[in-house]
Every structure is written in structure tokens, then in C-alpha cells.
Ligand binder design. Structure first.
Ligand code: ZN
Length: 538
């Protein structure tokens, strides 16, 4: 037997012996729950052997945990899987062939040690159903925690766990999938294994973000994602927003008769009183809405029927019009909400484009007073037409407006974040690997022009200090400066795929996972606190 094989066998025996000595293998589910409650992070046993006490679950005659026994990573492992972590399944009886991996016996147990793969995710969720993403339609406050690296999940869970907030852990757009080289099944199983690692059994969501057509929606549904964010930017027509009245009249006259009749009868020249808000829809604005949104509304109805046919009632449809050119004024939001209700669309959340600027990874740009006034009207519309959640896109780092958002929605809200967690990974590097951080920053300038084609941001890069003159201990200050935040924020695709920076960053984060989880957790926790969400009482 080869030396390394012998070592792995010894390591496996060591792990099993420790689990046995600690009484885990025969523990009742209640005892395991108490153990999870009292545990934190990973327990290292030396010689590269470790396990996560919070990941220990029992179901029927099976035991599950995440652990490492010192074996090498699979040659085809994704960068975020190169951390030695494996799924262990233990039983006194034969373990189902649904699980894939190496099988052996130790301490009187049959053991399977396998990768955190899609197949093993499918197999384990049959026994631990909370590991599969669920519809969060019934949850009051939800937070989207996009994880581009597939390594930040435990940080997200630690932040959400303390509050009455449900996390949407698996959330990626097509743009992000392409830039990171991941797929929806990978995104979902990475979230599921993060939930296992943290022993998080409260349920989490999964969001196929900014999808624009049925084939893309199907790839998310096939991966079991219950939330679909339908991006209407390509089916709506933003142009009439800036047309003259005469041009609007002329085009409106060419719409089908039933569309014209409904627009004129139900909206044109009417004033709607909703809660405390009064929303006037001038004749010309009603016509403009019909021109801008009718086709998109019909498509939304089609998507809603599709989701229902695939998932019954267990889906969360988010309607997104945030990536358009003009802010969604209240009259337009009202038209959209009312028409979605008439089509019987089950809207879980809707993302308008707000006044001012919601740029990625930095605070709100605009007049907070004006924002608050208009935001209150958006909330009144959502309440009047089905009580859906207002969704805040590019929702990270808007610290100056969160208190108003929390208060005016009464915490019935979805806040979507993504890139800000990537920035926390970069922050971790700035704290403990100055050389890596400097390389990331230097390379970000190279990838920035390409990234600008995909992201709307407007930083003045000249304001970023030359790193030559910045001491290592001051490098984290780059994560405090809006301009360098945005530079690093949008360049992730290039940085992750660059052989000089990507593998090093993944390696660093795997080696310093507690630092990484701490940065991510603290940052997301700051968002939740600022929103005003109450603590999660046990
Ligand atoms: Zn968005």
C-alpha cells in the first residue's frame, strides 16, 4: 500500500474514532441539535483531518457530516472545491448507490466519502430536505446573498441566522454565470453544502436572477431554483418615456382596440387613492404605459403560467424593471401592478428603478428625502395590489436609505446583494495577504474597460491613490473608497479567470475561511441591522 493511501486510511480511522469517542455516532437527533447550537466553525484533529460539528445530522439509519481526511482534491474540482472538504455518509447498513464516492469501513461503520457534487446533493436532500432551496413567499423579510465565488455561503448564513430574515443563498444572473464559469446546478449545490456546513436547517431560497427568456428560466428551474427574477428590460419598450405627447398619441392610436379601451377606461385621467397616497395617472401617461409595458405584461403572464406548471405553488416570481433607462415613476408602477393583478400573476416581489442612483457596491446617490417620499408611494402600490414585496436591486451598501426602507416597507421587503460579498473576499486579502491584494488591484485596472460594457457605474478612477505610496496595513482602506470599490467590484470576472490572481485568491480563501466568513458575515449583518430586522429568538 502506498504511503499516502496508508495515511488517508489512518486519518479516516482517527476521524471515526474521535466521532465515536465524542458520542456523535450514536447520538439522538436532539443531542445533535444541541451540539450544533453549541459549536462553531471547524474542528481540526491534526494531520489534515477536520470536521464541522454543525454539519452533523442523523436521518433514519444514516449519519451525515462535512469533513476532510487529507485526501487530494479531484483533478477536475472547481477552484471553489479545492479545500479538501468531503461529504461523509455513515451507516451500519449498506449505503445507497445514489451517493457517489469511496466506500470503506471503520469503527464498525460503513462509510462513504464523496465530493460535494451535484449527484451527492441530489442524494442527501432526499434525507435532509431543508438542504434543497425552498419558496420564501411566506417569509416577510428576505435578503439576496449572491455568492459569485461559491465560498461565501457560511458567512451569509451566520449573518442571517441571528435575525428574522431568510437568506436567498443561491442567486446568480446569467451574466455572473458566464463571468465565473459556473452553472445553476453548481450554484445550488454550493449553497446546499454551505447550509450543511453551518447546520442551517431553517430553509433558504435560490434565485435565477435577471432572467429574460423561458429557456434561461428553465435552466434555473431544472436546478431546482424556486425564485425567478424576470427581467423585463428586453420585452418592454423604454423609448416612449422620452417621446413627445404627439408621438405617444400617434403610436397609441395604432394599438389593438381592446388594449386602447382598457387603458382609456381604467387609467387615463384617473386618480387613485391608495392608503395615504394619491396617484394621478394623466391621460398621456396612461397611453405611454400601454406603449411601454403591454407586451412585457403579457410575457409576464406567460412566465407566471409556466412557473406554476413546473412548480405548482412553490415558486417566487420577482418582476424586475430596475435595469431600464428611466426611474419607475409611481403612475407607471401602478399601471404595471394593476395589470399584473388583472392577469392573475402571483407576484412575490417587484423591483422598480428608484429615483437617484443605485450603483453597485456603494451608498445611495441622490436626495434621501426625495427617495423616501417616492419610496412610500411605491410601498402603498405594492400593498394595494396583492401585498408583494418591494425588491431593492443593487441593494448592497445603501446604508443611508436602509432605515427608511425597513420602516416604510414594515420589513416586507427583499434586499438583493451580490458583488458586495465578493468585495469582502477582496477585503480579506487586503487584511492578510498584501501581495495578493496589490496584484488584484493592479489587474483590476486591466479588466475594468471590458467590465464597463456590462455594468453601469461612473467612478472617477483618478481619485484612487497609487498603491506604491500605501503601506500594507493601510490596504483595507481601498475597500472604504467608493471609486476603488467599484473598480474591484465589476472586474471580478477577469480577476477570477486570470491565472495569476484567480487560483491564488481561491487558495487564500480556502486557507483562511474563518477570516473570509467573518468579513462577509459582519458586512451582511450590518445591512440587516440597518434595515431594522428583529433578532431571531430561539
Ligand atoms: Zn437588478
Amino acid at each position: 500500500m502506498e504511503r499516502s493511501e496508508l495515511n488517508i486510511r489512518r486519518n479516516r480511522e482517527l476521524l471515526l474514532a474521535v466521532l465515536d469517542r465524542r458520542g456523535l455516532l450514536d447520538a439522538k437527533p436532539e443531542a445533535l441539535a444541541a451540539l450544533r447550537e453549541a459549536s462553531w466553525g471547524r474542528t481540526d484533529l491534526g494531520a489534515g483531518v477536520f470536521y464541522y460539528p454543525r454539519s452533523f445530522f442523523a436521518a433514519g439509519n444514516l449519519r451525515f457530516l462535512l469533513a476532510g481526511t487529507g485526501g487530494p482534491d479531484a483533478p477536475d474540482a472547481y477552484p471553489n472545491e479545492r479545500d479538501g472538504k468531503r461529504l461523509l455518509v455513515l451507516s451500519r447498513e449498506e449505503i445507497s448507490r445514489d451517493f457517489e464516492g469511496e466506500r470503506f469501513s471503520a469503527s464498525g461503520w460503513k462509510v462513504l466519502e464523496g465530493p460535494r457534487s451535484w449527484n451527492n446533493y441530489l442524494a442527501i436532500k432526499e434525507h435532509l430536505p431543508f438542504l434543497a432551496p425552498a419558496s420564501l413567499r411566506g417569509e416577510r423579510t428576505t435578503i439576496g446573498c449572491g455568492d459569485r465565488l461559491g465560498m461565501a455561503g457560511p458567512g451569509h448564513i451566520r449573518a442571517a441566522r441571528g435575525f428574522r430574515v431568510s437568506p436567498v443563498l443561491a442567486q446568480l444572473s446569467m451574466r455572473e454565470l458566464k463571468l465565473t464559469g459556473r452553472t445553476y446546478p453548481r450554484v445550488v449545490k454550493d449553497a446546499a453544502f454551505a447550509a450543511l456546513q453551518e447546520g442551517f436547517d431553517r430553509g433558504y431560497g435560490a434565485d435565477g436572477d435577471h432572467l429574460k427568456n423561458i429557456p434561461d428560466i428553465d435552466t434555473a428551474l431544472d436546478a431546482g431554483m424556486p425564485m425567478i427574477t424576470l427581467d423585463l428590460t428586453e420585452v418592454m419598450d423604454p423609448a416612449p418615456a422620452s417621446w413627445t405627447d404627439a408621438a405617444v398619441e400617434e403610436s397609441f392610436a395604432r394599438l389593438a382596440e381592446p388594449v386602447r379601451r382598457r387603458t382609456l377606461d381604467d387609467y387615463a385621467g384617473r386618480t387613485f387613492s391608495l392608503g395615504g397616497a394619491s396617484i394621478a395617472v394623466p391621460d398621456i401617461e396612461a397611453k405611454r404605459c400601454a406603449l411601454m409595458y403591454w407586451k412585457a405584461l403579457e410575457f409576464t403572464g406567460e412566465v407566471d403560467r409556466h412557473l406554476r406548471s413546473r412548480r405548482g405553488d412553490a415558486y417566487d416570481l420577482e418582476v424586475s424593471i430596475d435595469e431600464t433607462t428611466a426611474p419607475t415613476v409611481p403612475a407607471h408602477h401602478l399601471f404595471i401592478a394593476s395589470e399584473l393583478a388583472r392577469r392573475g400573476v402571483t407576484v412575490n416581489s417587484l423591483a422598480p428603478r428608484f429615483i437617484g442612483e443605485f450603483q453597485k457596491g456603494i451608498d445611495y446617490i441622490g436626495n434621501p428625502g426625495e427617495f423616501e417620499k417616492q419610496f412610500a408611494v411605491h410601498c402603498a402600490i405594492a400593498k394595494a395590489y396583492g401585498g408583494y414585496k418591494i425588491s431593492i436591486h443593487s441593494g448592497s451598501d445603501k446604508f443611508s436609505v436602509y432605515p427608511a426602507i425597513g420602516r416604510l416597507t414594515d420589513l416586507r421587503v427583499h434586499v438583493k446583494t451580490a458583488g458586495t460579498s465578493w468585495l469582502e473576499a477582496v477585503r480579506a486579502a487586503s487584511l492578510q495577504d498584501p501581495g495578493l491584494f496589490r496584484d488584484l488591484l493592479a489587474k483590476a485596472y486591466e479588466y475594468f474597460p471590458e467590465a464597463l460594457k456590462l455594468y453601469h457605474i461612473t467612478p472617477d478612477l483618478a481619485r484612487i491613490p497609487d498603491p506604491e505610496g500605501v503601506a500594507d496595513e493601510d490596504l483595507p482602506s481601498y475597500l472604504g473608497l467608493p471609486e476603488s470599490r467599484q473598480l474591484l467590484h465589476v472586474s471580478y470576472g477577469g480577476l477570477l479567470n486570470d491565472p495569476a490572481t484567480g487560483p491564488r485568491l481561491f487558495r487564500f480563501l480556502a486557507d483562511r475561511e474563518e477570516l473570509h466568513y467573518g468579513c462577509v458575515g459582519d458586512h451582511i449583518r450590518a445591512h440587516i441591522l440597518r434595515l431594522g430586522a428583529p433578532a431571531h429568538g430561539r
